[in-house]
Design a protein around this ligand. Structure first.
Ligand SMILES: [Zn+2]
Ligand SMILES: [Zn+2]
Length: 262
């Protein structure tokens, strides 16, 4: 088996392990070999994912042997027998989803459907922006937020009370409407992994200035968990919400000192 493990291939990432765990759950205890159609189908899928484009040119990358081996690893984690080859991520994902096969089914379905979502190629997010939803769901999340129609509806809804960032309260009613609107973006407040499968509602969307939007996604990535608007608001507003609010260097120093003191 050693030759077929694909030494030198990149480690399996979260999305890939969830897809394998979903297959493992469907197998009801049996462990098929590399000639099994389901194993081959998963291998084909994994090789087509936009994760490890260069490695995917290597014939051993996620080949059916590799998939069959991963299923063995998952059984090791599940049964606690023969754990020597199991990765920390396998264990972590089992700890998270071992008792929730329906959730794995759901997530795997979403990952599969995210693969075919339009506009994924031109996503400019960097790898470290992925958060616990995994890269594909993260991209789907971003692509939903960026739907121009949705943003327009959100802006129209919020227009009556004045456009304000839900995190830092930035508001620029002095600007011409086009320019004012260009400061704001729609942010989806429900993690995709937890949202029901339904079209996005306006009530799912927060209005954020581009800076805060960037910051909340970074915060989610750094924390490796979902961070809601009010938590981000507390966190990002500790020192000063916006540079324009800070009148002088001494005031900034004072705010920093206060923030440090808690
Ligand atoms: Zn803001
Ligand atoms: Zn967002």
């Amino acid at each position: 088996m050693a030759v077929t493990r694909g030494h030198g291939n990149p480690n399996w990432n979260r999305d890939e392990i969830i897809l394998a765990l979903d297959l493992y759950n469907q197998l009801g205890g049996s462990l098929p070999g590399p000639n099994d159609a389901r194993v081959i189908a998963l291998s084909d899928l994994l090789r087509s994912l936009p994760y490890h484009a260069a490695a995917a040119r290597n014939p051993t990358f996620r080949n059916p042997y590799g998939v069959a081996f991963k299923l063995q690893n998952l059984r090791s984690v599940a049964t606690g027998k023969g754990l020597s080859n199991v990765s920390a991520l396998d264990r972590a994902i089992w700890a998270e989803f071992g008792n929730a096969p329906e959730q794995v089914r759901e997530l795997a379905g979403r990952i599969r459907s995210a693969i075919t979502t339009e506009g994924m190629e031109d996503d400019e997010s960097s790898d470290d922006e992925e958060f616990y939803e995994g890269r594909l769901l993260f991209r789907l999340h971003r692509s939903r937020e960026r739907k121009p129609q949705l943003r327009r509806k959100l802006l129209a809804k919020r227009r009556s009370s004045g456009l304000t960032c839900d995190i830092c309260d930035l508001t620029r009613p002095d600007l011409p409407p086009d320019l004012e609107e260009s400061l704001f973006e729609a942010h989806h407040v429900v993690p995709l992994a937890e949202a029901e499968v339904r079209p996005t509602r306006l009530s799912d969307m927060a209005l954020l200035c581009a800076c805060c939007h960037r910051a909340i996604h970074r915060l989610i990535a750094l924390e490796a968990r979902w961070v809601g608007i009010s938590e981000a608001r507390t966190f990002l507003r500790r020192v000063g919400s916006h540079p324009s609010e800070v009148q002088s260097q001494s005031e900034l120093d004072e705010r920093l000192l206060r923030a440090e003191q808690g």
